[in-house]
Design a protein around this ligand. Structure first.
Ligand code: NAI
Length: 336
């Protein structure tokens, strides 16, 4: 009997990659357009596992319902797991697995794309030349070469991104809760305190997970410590930045540029076409009004290679669980 998996937040591109990967696994995949939350958790009844993505909201109530339906596994098809109540899942004996490593290159390269685009105003030049306007007024950028970038979080993505920045001839300052000094010595990266990073970086890029400690890491207090005109890039998680404080910084010029692939309230908008309706999120609307801000729709992961790796790793995780094998990608609840 094939195990039945409810795949939430399923877009045409997810279905295409998952159907192709599933030729090797033979699961019964049931696709749902919505992201899993308390309003639609009933859709998971009668399935063995749920497969979810970044904007699912799996709180204690959802976990309890999944448990009552007999769902045994929550398979995240992403790296971050801040949207799942891991403690509640552990209490109910539901295992949680994720895809910790599908292509750090995809995210690092998108980070670089945002930086270069903002600096050289490619987003504005694209619109200007299409309108027959070939003026350069307002488009002056700066050489990346020789500038200082502050990398917060030097895990898989932060490390790959650092290599790209060094390729441009940038100086890299880094901050991590658990510094990898061997890597830093080998690459010439200097670990510094957050305050030193804020004071010296022309560009700051976020590659740490969203945790209680990192929530609103970028806020009025930290922005005040940064260089005038700093560029802030976030391809991590939306809540790493207090968006209203960022907007204040943009308004008074302290923040010169922001490249955001993630947004704290993205669940209501990202991944869907809302072009036919009025935008009711005033904060997002304000962000989109700045010509020195680029918002992308949590797409940093979205490459062919990453999608294929995500599908295969997710299905392997599910297969290992049902075969009673060791779960190498389990998210283990850590009481401490
Ligand atoms: P990773 O686990 O390899 O690295 C995270 C690093 O952050 C580790 O070195 C860890 O020690 C450090 N860290 C933890 N707490 C910290 C703190 N309080 N302050 C500073 N550093 C801290 O994770 P990876 O693969 O590099 O991903 C990083 C994050 O990027 C993920 O947690 C996820 O939220 C985000 N991401 C975004 C994607 C997108 O499409 N925009 C796709 C994939 C991941």
């Amino acid at each position: 009997m094939a195990y039945k998996i409810a795949v939430f937040d399923a877009k045409p591109y997810d279905m295409a990659t998952f159907n192709k990967a599933n030729e090797a696994y033979g699961f019964e995949l049931v696709y749902h357009k919505e992201h899993l939350d308390k309003n639609n958790v009933l859709l998971a009844s009668g399935t063995d596992a749920v497969c979810i993505f970044v904007n699912a909201k799996v709180d204690e109530e959802v976990v309890s319902k999944l448990h009552s339906y007999g769902v045994k596994l929550i398979a995240l098809r992403c790296a971050g797991f801040n949207n799942v109540d891991i403690a509640a899942a552990a209490r109910k004996g539901i295992k949680v697995v994720r895809v910790p490593d599908y292509s750090p290159h995809a995210i690092a390269e998108h980070t670089l794309a945002l930086m270069l685009c903002l600096n050289r105003k490619v987003h504005r030049a694209f619109l200007r030349t299409r309108d027959g306007n070939f003026s350069l007024i307002g488009f002056q950028g700066f050489d990346m070469y020789g500038k200082t970038i502050g990398v917060i979080g030097t895990g898989k993505i932060g490390k790959v991104a650092t290599g790209l920045f060094q390729g441009l001839g940038m100086n890299v300052l880094a901050y991590d809760l658990y510094p990898d000094t061997k890597w830093a010595d080998a690459t010439g990266v200097r670990y510094v305190s957050l305050d030193e990073l804020y004071a010296n970086a022309n560009i700051i890029t976020l590659h740490c997970p969203l945790t209680k400690e990192t929530e609103y890491l970028i806020c009025d207090e930290s922005i005040a410590k940064m260089k005038e005109g700093v560029m802030i890039i976030n391809t991590g998680r939306g809540k790493l930045i207090h968006t209203r404080h960022l907007i204040e910084g943009l308004l008074n010029g302290k923040v010169g540029y922001a490249g955001l692939d993630v947004y704290e309230e993205e669940g209501a908008y990202f991944y869907e076409d809302h072009s036919d309706s009025v935008m009711t999120d005033d904060v997002l609307a304000r962000l989109l009004s700045f010509n020195n801000v680029i918002v992308t729709s949590h797409q940093a992961f979205f490459t062919q290679e990453a999608m294929s790796n995500i599908a295969h790793t997710t299905m392997n995780n599910i297969l290992d669980f049902f075969n009673g094998k060791e779960l190498k990608n389990e998210v283990v609840y850590n009481k401490a």
